[in-house]
Design a protein around this ligand. Structure first.
Ligand code: SF4
Ligand code: SF4
Ligand code: SF4
Length: 673
């Protein structure tokens, strides 16, 4: 083990600030191992001489360390390049001044923001993570109220009507106060990425420096100079992307060197509050409150809050006490080790343990049903549609063919009838079919510009098109390949027109085109073009959404006879406009929605007699009640408790079917008989 270097140990004690004296400095201390390989003893002498938080000239430092001014200036400049010193020009005195900040927030961010240093000395990235975790473990229990070392600043538009708002709670105050601005990568995200613990939020051009901080960052190549307007744009974009603002609170009162645009998944400052419960490190002067008169229960605040401070609950119609269930808020928790939350990044809970609205919980896409119902009730159809499309890009399709699990669970059904959720969705979506009122989502990503990495999606069915929608919304150039001549997959080829009109589906697909999605149909990836060839064409990402379109087999003798068709194959041929021979009498085997689509299509193709052959009873049929009713009205005859055992035929053609009569057994674990 190499011997500890006393000068580096001494420097580490100084930059530890108030806790420096008690911090144990050995070769495993993050302050030590991050500086030991990059700071020479001569440089350590200069830094120790400068002391904490005092502006020094090279001449002053030279006297202290007994070296020439030129030599000292060289050492100080290198310390500034590393990030131990901040270097700014004093116009009055006409000299550069050097200033040493505490380790974090301060020096650590500057070390990590030196890209060359981070690449050649990745231990500085590790040290930032470790320092802010290990040191805060000890410190967090004794953080005084109002300390606000990395104080959260509210979104300014949210406090614009507050006459008591303080200047230092407004970003505009800082933006107006300074004349120099720069933008650099986020140091926490850079550090996390360097240790393979990145969160996916963008690191580049995210954090804004101001005043002397900006001057130093620009001079040492850490940041790009920007205008005040550009700084405002970055702040706005961060807000649109669900990031929050923090400022380091280590300068004089009302001063700050930076505005961070943070996410709780990367930010080490927020971690102190969220992992160790030391909320006074980050506490804002504001607490979010919900205006019950305006809230439409869209749930976006819950999903967006980076601190997971909000949860969705439910109020069930009952005569019993309907007060919200008891749960501990963070502010009720007394800080101690047993309440630490080391998994705070993964353990986000959006709902109370007692659950949330049954309709939202039952919907496979978890659409905020209450939210769009209420917005629709207020006549805000576009907002309602926007909310639906956050989870489901094809509301007009779902408004026609969804099996409405939301309505099955709707608790209003216990009183009289379930809310007509799907009908409302259909109404909202149909409003959008008109080009004049069509909603095309705005591209949204942290860079504010489209990405250049091309993405190939294989399969233009609902999964592939949904993926295309959300990637295009993020700004990716997306191409969807499909072997069929038209996009839509099962929506186009598996569902008959009388249930889902093609013009409705095509109108929703057109939105994707308007968002820039390109469709390449009649191209079978794997045959016409390989993934390798697509890679060579510049595609960087692939999403395989090839579906499961094979018809289920009956596994009975005679299945190979001419005239026996798989349900999905039959529907595809009809939807493609191909002629399908069905004869005069058709038997459709099964009791689900596909069987209903097939029998109703057979009726439309001119079958004189169409039967549904189903091995259970009517109650047990999984098909929608409406579909069954309409099939009956169209003349389809139902044969329940009949299971096919053989398809009969002559000369290779179907002539009949042998069935076995069934009896319902005891309910299985799902209650099915
Ligand atoms: S649920 Fe929606 S409307 Fe209600 S407070 Fe949250 S974001 Fe606002
Ligand atoms: S109709 Fe379907 S998609 Fe719409 S909310 Fe209900 S379950 Fe979800
Ligand atoms: S739609 Fe039904 S389940 Fe959903 S919140 Fe309203 S009453 Fe409750």
């Amino acid at each position: 083990m190499a011997e500890l270097r006393p000068k580096i140990v001494k420097l580490c004690k100084i930059i530890g600030g108030v806790s420096g004296v008690v911090n144990k400095i050995d070769e495993n201390a993050p302050e030590y191992y991050s500086l030991a390989n990059i700071v020479t003893d001569d440089e350590a002498d200069v830094a120790i001489a400068a002391g904490l938080r005092k502006e020094r000239t090279a001449a002053w430092l030279a006297k202290k360390v007994g070296k020439s001014v030129e030599e000292t200036e060289k050492l100080a400049k290198h310390l500034a390049w590393i990030g131990v010193f901040r270097c700014t020009y004093d116009e009055k005195e006409g000299v550069d001044k050097y200033f040493m900040q505490i380790f974090a927030p301060g020096i650590m961010e500057m070390l990590v923001n030196n890209k060359e240093l981070l690449e050649t000395h990745p231990e500085v990235g590790r040290a930032f993570e470790e320092y802010t975790r290990k040191r805060m473990e000890l410190m967090s229990a004794v953080i005084p109220q109002g300390y606000g070392l990395m104080r959260v600043i509210p979104i300014e538009s949210a406090i614009k009507d507050d006459p008591n708002a303080n200047d230092f709670d407004k970003l505009s105050y800082y933006l107006n106060k300074y004349n120099k601005f720069s933008v650099s990568p986020c140091s926490c995200r850079s550090s996390r990425t360097s240790i393979n613990d990145g969160c996916g939020h963008l690191a580049d051009e995210m954090c804004i420096q101001m005043g002397k901080g900006a001057e130093h960052y620009i001079r040492t190549g850490r940041a790009r100079e920007i205008t005040r307007e550009e700084a405002l744009e970055i702040i706005k974009r961060a807000e649109e992307n669900g990031l929050m603002h923090d400022i380091p609170n280590i300068e004089e009162a009302g001063e700050s060197a930076a505005i961070c645009n943070c996410c709780s998944c990367a930010c080490f400052g927020l971690r102190v509050g969220l992992m160790f419960g030391a909320r006074d490190v980050i506490r804002s002067n504001y607490v979010a409150t919900i205006d019950e008169a305006k809230c439409v229960a869209c749930g976006m605040c819950v999903e967006t809050c980076p601190a997971n401070a909000l949860k969705l609950g439910q109020k069930l119609p009952t005569r019993a006490d309907t007060s919200a269930p008891e749960y501990k808020k963070m502010t009720d928790v007394i800080f101690s080790k047993d309440v630490w939350n080391p998994n705070y990044r993964e353990n986000f809970e959006d709902t109370l343990p007692t659950g949330t609205a049954p309709c939202k919980a039952a919907c496979p896409a978890h659409i905020a049903v209450q939210g769009y119902l209420k917005l629709a009730a207020q006549g805000k159809y576009t907002e309602a549609l926007e909310l639906i499309k956050r989870e489901n890009p094809f509301p007009a399709v779902c408004g026609r063919i969804c099996n409405k699990r939301c309505e099955q669970e709707c608790t209003r059904g216990n009183v009289d009838e379930a809310v007509a959720i799907d009908e409302v969705k259909r109404f909202i979506a149909d409003h959008d079919l008109d080009k004049a009122t069509r909603f095309v989502p705005k591209m949204l990503n942290q860079t504010g510009k489209p990405f250049t990495e091309k993405i190939a999606i294989i399969g233009a069915g609902p999964a592939g098109m949904s993926c295309a929608y959300y990637l295009a919304n993020k700004g990716y150039p997306v191409t969807v390949f499909d072997r069929n001549p038209v996009p839509g997959g099962m929506l186009t080829l598996g569902i008959p027109n009388f249930r889902l009109e093609k013009d409705v589906l095509n109108a929703e697909i057109d939105i994707l085109r308007e968002m820039g999605v390109e469709f390449k149909c009649s191209v079978e990836v794997g045959k016409d073009v390989t993934l390798q060839q697509l890679r060579e064409q510049g595609y960087k990402g692939f999403y395989l959404a090839i579906g499961a379109q094979k018809s289920a087999k009956l596994k009975v003798p005679g299945e190979e006879l001419k005239g026996v068709l798989g349900g999905v194959d039959f529907l595809r041929e009809v939807n493609l406009g191909n002629k399908v021979e069905i004869g005069k009498r058709c038997a459709v085997i099964g009791g689900g929605n596909v069987a209903m689509d097939v029998c109703r299509t057979a009726v439309r193709l001119g079958a004189e007699k169409t039967y549904i052959i189903y091995r259970r009873g009517e109650e047990e049929m999984p098909a929608d009640r409406d579909e069954v009713k309409e099939a009956k009205e169209e003349g389809v005859e139902f044969r329940f408790l009949c299971a096919p055992v053989e398809i009969l035929g002559e000369n290779g053609k179907v002539t009949g079917m042998k069935v076995e009569l069934m009896e319902l057994g005891e309910p299985d674990e799902k209650g099915r008989r």
